[in-house]
Design a protein around this ligand. Sequence first.
Ligand code: MSP
Length: 633
Amino acid sequence: MPANKPKFYLTTPIYYTNGLPHIGHTYSTIVCDTIRRYKRMRGYDVVMTTGTDEHGVNVERSAKKAGVPESEFVAKMAAEWRALWEELGVQGDEFIRTTDLKHAHTVQWLFKQCRDNGFVYPGHYTGQYCIYDNAYVDVKPGENCPDCGRPTETVTEANFYFKLSAFQKPLLDWYAKHPDFIQPEARRNEVLSFVEGGLRDLSITRTSIRWGIPVPGEEPHVFYVWFDALTAYLSAVGGPQYEKTGFWPANLHLVGKEIIRFHAVYWPAFLMAAGLPLPKQIWAHGWLLMDSAKMSKSLGNVVRPRPIVNVLGMDALRYYLLRETVFGQDGNFSYDALVQRYNSDLANGLGNLASRTAAMIERYFGNRVPAYSDPKIGDPHLIETQDLHLASDTSVLKEHVLRLYDALQFSRVLDFIWGHLAATDQYLTAEQPWALGDDAKSLQRKATVLYLAADALRSISLLAHPILPDATAKIWKLLGENGKIEEQDLDAVQWGRLAVGTQLGKSQALFPRIEKAEAIERIEAMEKEEQKQPSPVIAPVAKAASAPAAGGAAAAAAPATTEKIGIEDFAKVEMRVGQIKTAERIVGADKLLRKLRGVESDGMIVAATVGPEGRPVLAGFPDEDVEIGARLK
Ligand code: MSP
């Protein structure tokens, strides 16, 4: 690869921290990770940014509900997102959090550039405000809050406006000059007609929110949602010092289609106003649907990635998401199709080709890659047309696959690779190396057939690596290759690169076959378990245990991810068996606090919540007669 590699910078959206990742988010991140791996294997110096969008009223509310400060809430949620991406084999280079100091500096700096250039002015924002939810809602005066159904009030607050209206013509000129700026075509048309319809100035600060980046010298103004969030792409690669890192402008912002407008209209306008270079391309993919509706937390139809990964492995999820959905369009998610794909394409397809080829090389050639018959040095009659076809198909395959990766047509990439895999399987079935005898001629034929199959497996693994990092790395080792598969050059894929005489590695089941009903049952059971778990910040164990006689039922249900406490801390808590004789409702309170509406709380009870309606159940000793007052140890 060239010493001076070209740079490539790509980003996922930065995800909200008031929820945990579902496979819709996972889809965006996996696509980005695939591109990242692909570009690396094409000789680029790649940086991929992902991260978390941590400000705003929703976080303020969620933190309040969890009874923890916002900073603690977002830190735990961000850690969850980051951990999940690692489990999925995502090689993010930068994980930007909008609460990072360097991000705050970048936002403040960008604002100053825009303001100094005359594109920011003070004004007032008027909107319908829900005093119960503490948020502006998108309804007309007199209408109720769409979230809680209660009346809204018309509120006016001081803010700063960004002169988006001044960018209608510059944006239209930019789109015309850069026809590939917005992809796919349908999204480009949507954005074009939006901008052609005229742009209204944009409120970019708020005084009604506390949890945000302060506008310097203009407190209590804080930056509002998109001016803050979009700037994360720049903060991750140097912020004001972006020229030093050399990774700005971004080559690709990958987003879901619902946020295309912010990326293709607001973001380039902010950058133009600040005099900064614009990203090269914005690609909006479609949605993963569940029963024909967008998978989303608010609809309650989400599927979590972990149970799938635990049962089928991360490659199975990556393969399924990229194979089943035509990139750019919506795709339906179904467990049935997922397990079907796993069994047919991975277990019976790739896994089977790898294990049968390796097993025969082990049996017939002492586990060393056999020498094929080269027409120049061996017996030319031992080379058949079908051998030549299989070999030369590799270069055709490579050409197609690289072109399709460049066009982000992942399902077609996999179609082509799996076509070659099927051809290799058929070749083995037709040539039947296992049925050949042990005479010199038959042995030589056997060697040629197995060499070609193993060599095809090598090319297939290289080309599929960006999508199936785990299994292909294992096949790489199985083929006795040195070095890391992710460091190979895809341009060098060519038949005949498998070195003759190489000792093969140990064979292992890559994708053990699994019965469909059993797989789905296991995934769904884990999914249910996960959904029962409170969010990682609802019950911080260390706090609940060291604050004597305080808390509520939530303290009993701590997830495994929270901090562990030592025995000394545990010993500080006095837990005794008790008997409830009477219970009284405290008006207006749904959980116990230490001093609550004038009523002192001197203890807590241990309980769990059961079922979707959260029915409280007290912990007890139903099978033993334990004395009242006995101390728990
Ligand atoms: N924080 C903003 C983005 C700021 S970017 C500067 C945000 N966050 S989000 O958590 O709601 O994530 C949205 C992104 O997650 C979508 O754009 C998309 O990439 C992904 N998806 C969320 N649900 C999805 C589906 N059901 N299907 C596919 N992708 C989806 O918006």
